[in-house]
Design a protein around this ligand. Structure first.
Ligand code: TPP
Ligand code: DXP
Ligand code: MG
Length: 588
């Protein structure tokens, strides 16, 4: 074993070939320091090209090296909470070469992936789950007589603000199975970690003993300098020997070793975009700007976020109205029911959340907001295919989830003008509403040629062969498809319901004028808008063939949003192909 470190495919100084954790165990202190430098250089270089989670991974370099020197993955189970900080783990488990294609179609996932490695267990990128997995894994090892198998959960301070983490701690306390909780405490989610958890950890960092963890019956080791491999190794080895649940409190810095990240005031470069990412006004910025208009119009309007004020567009609102915004931590269930309380108290809450994270608060939406018919507006960013973040980040289920919520009205704006218009209508509504829009740049406004009730007609040829119902931002592709089909003699009327569920009677009236109906939505086909339209036609006694174009009821891998939409015929060409094939007796 040479006494220097080379990651496979390295373009920098030589280093040992790290093909797996075993290669770490013979390294000297000097070689470990060089390896840490090499890992950081690779993170900055690779993530700078592909985009991804930079700050979080820079903060766990030494912690991950130490972890893989003390524990024997994959025999010992290592779970990363949220998983966005698993790049170093991937580099140390033989995948350093793959970072050229990180988060690209067919390339490395930005989260653990069971298909990539036996070292990877949890693929879900939703926070605060690791301790629950660890509880289950430890009990399974015990029941299976696997007494030499250790379970390690790497949990961020932000993830510890999620309710699930405390449900798990309630079960881990008093357990006599070997569970090592590596608390990666960098004091931040995106922003500094909100609430009592953040404050409590600050006292522990100052040397305040085991605190709540000890009170719950877990052993506590720390605080430990999370950037000192030797110190972390020492603590992990002691924790491993304890044989019962123990928290190793590692104090780290998000973005460590890369000044642009260390000094970034917003979120220490938590996630960075690829240089190739499209530029231009995004949906989020249109929302964030219009929120200021709404704030003046509705003095009772307040905003809530689950630890994501900046990514969800609340920054300007929070600066202008600091006492009208609440960052609950990564606690969507609490966020939603707190919003219900705010509404019961006479205010008008706007809950700004990524579509994919709303599923965590499904019961709260249904039984705390809708049951009481409260005026809460859910603004669902990253709805539909998100792209590079992969299967647990696509906002594919919000339309299907909300369609079944009694009294919930769901809007899907097709462009910036409609986003502003629909936000106005949603916030003015005295019942629960949701406004959903995708990730990325918002396209040019798509003008209507007519409006029937609340439904916009975007294209209306003389022939009435097909009614094409487009949901949200897919409208422009729908119009492009209709124009292309006109050239083949097919008359396609395009309508944008704006309020997509419940189904507007004007959609049924339009369907009655056409031979067939096609519905296009950036969400799962089953149970979404298309199904709602089919049900509305049936209830109206209108027998029309209907084809629903949407996402398959499956977990979609990572890739670019445009590529994934194209793959599922949700671009103009795919829509045109689908419509032409669906028209009875038509052979193009
Ligand atoms: C349920 C849920 N809500 C929100 C997010 C978005 N999110 C991803 S990472 C993150 C911050 C995590 O902070 P922490 O656990 O401290 O990890 P760090 O990035 O600091 O290492 C958030 C809010 C998520 N992944 N899951
Ligand atoms: C891990 C996590 O959930 C977030 O960091 C998410 O990856 C950010 O997504 P955007 O980059 O679309 O804001
Ligand atoms: Mg953190």
């Amino acid at each position: 074993m040479t006494d220097t470190t080379t990651l496979p495919g390295a373009v920098r100084s030589p280093a040992p070939r790290i093909t797996g954790p075993a290669d770490l165990r013979g390294l000297s202190r000097g070689a470990l320091d060089e390896l840490a430098r090499e890992l950081r250089a690779r993170l900055v270089e690779a993530v700078g090209r592909t985009g991804g989670h930079l700050g979080s991974n820079l903060g766990v370099v030494e912690l991950t090296v130490a972890l893989h020197r003390v524990f024997r993955s994959p025999h010992d189970r290592v779970v990363f909470d949220t998983g966005h900080q698993s790049y170093v783990h991937k580099m140390l488990t033989g995948r350093a070469d793959g970072f050229a294609d990180l988060r690209r179609e067919g390339g490395l996932s930005g989260y653990p992936s069971r298909a990539e490695s036996p070292h990877d267990l949890v693929e879900n990128s939703h926070a605060s789950t690791a301790l629950s997995y660890a509880d289950g894994l430890a009990r399974a090892a015990r029941l299976r007589g696997e007494h030499d198998r250790h379970v390690v959960a790497v949990v961020g301070d932000g993830a510890l603000t999620g309710g699930m983490a405390w449900e798990a701690l309630n079960n881990l306390g008093g357990l006599d199975h070997p569970v090592v909780v590596v608390l990666n405490d960098n004091g931040r989610s995106y922003a500094p970690t909100a609430g009592a958890v953040g404050r409590h950890l600050a006292t522990l960092r100052a040397g305040g003993g085991g605190g709540v963890f000890a009170a719950f019956g877990l052993a506590y080791l720390g605080p430990v300098d999370g950037h000192d491999v030797a110190r972390v190794e020492e603590a992990l080895a002691a924790a491993k020997a304890l044989g019962r649940p123990v928290v190793v409190h590692c104090v780290t810095e998000k973005g460590k070793g890369h000044p642009p990240a260390e000094n970034d005031p917003v979120d220490h470069l938590h996630a960075v975009s690829a240089p190739s990412a499209s530029r231009g006004p995004g949906w989020t910025s249109v929302f964030g700007r219009h929120l200021l208009v709404l704030a003046d119009r509705h003095p009772d309007l307040v905003c809530l976020t689950a630890a994501m004020p900046h990514p969800t567009g609340l920054t300007a609102f929070a600066e202008a109205f600091p006492d009208r915004v609440l960052d609950t931590g990564i606690a969507e269930q609490h966020t939603v029911t707190c919003a219900a309380g705010l509404a019961m108290g006479g205010l008008r809450p706007v809950v700004a959340v990524y579509s994919t994270f709303l599923t965590r608060a499904a019961d709260q939406v249904l039984m705390d907001v809708a049951l009481h018919r409260l005026p809460v507006t859910f603004v669902l960013d990253r709805a539909g295919v998100t792209g590079e973040d992969g299967p647990s980040h696509h906002g594919a289920w919000d339309l299907a989830l909300l369609r079944g919520v009694p009294g919930m009205r769901v809007a899907a704006p097709r462009d910036g003008a409609r986003l502003r218009e629909l936000l106005d209508e949603a916030v003015a509504d005295d019942g629960p509403t949701a406004v959903r829009f995708p990730k990325g740049v918002v396209g040019a406004d798509v003008a209507a040629v007519d409006r029937l009730g609340r439904v916009d007609v975007l294209h209306r040829p003389s022939r009435r062969d097909v009614l094409l119902v487009t949901v949200g931002g897919l409208a422009s592709d729908g119009v492009a498809a209709a124009v292309a089909l006109a050239g083949e003699g097919i008359g396609v009327t395009v309508c944008d319901p704006r309020w997509v569920t419940p189904v507007d009677p004007a959609v049924v009236a339009l369907a009655a004028e056409h031979r067939v109906v096609v519905c296009v939505e950036d969400g799962v086909r089953g149970g979404g808008v298309g199904e709602a339209v089919a049900g509305a036609l049936r209830e109206a006694g209108l027998s029309r063939r209907i084809r629903v174009l949407g996402l398959p009821g499956d977990f979609l891998p990572h890739g670019s949003r445009a590529d994934i939409l194209r793959m599922h015929d949700l671009d103009a060409a795919g829509i045109a192909r689908t419509v032409a094939r669906f028209l009875p007796g038509w052979t193009s």
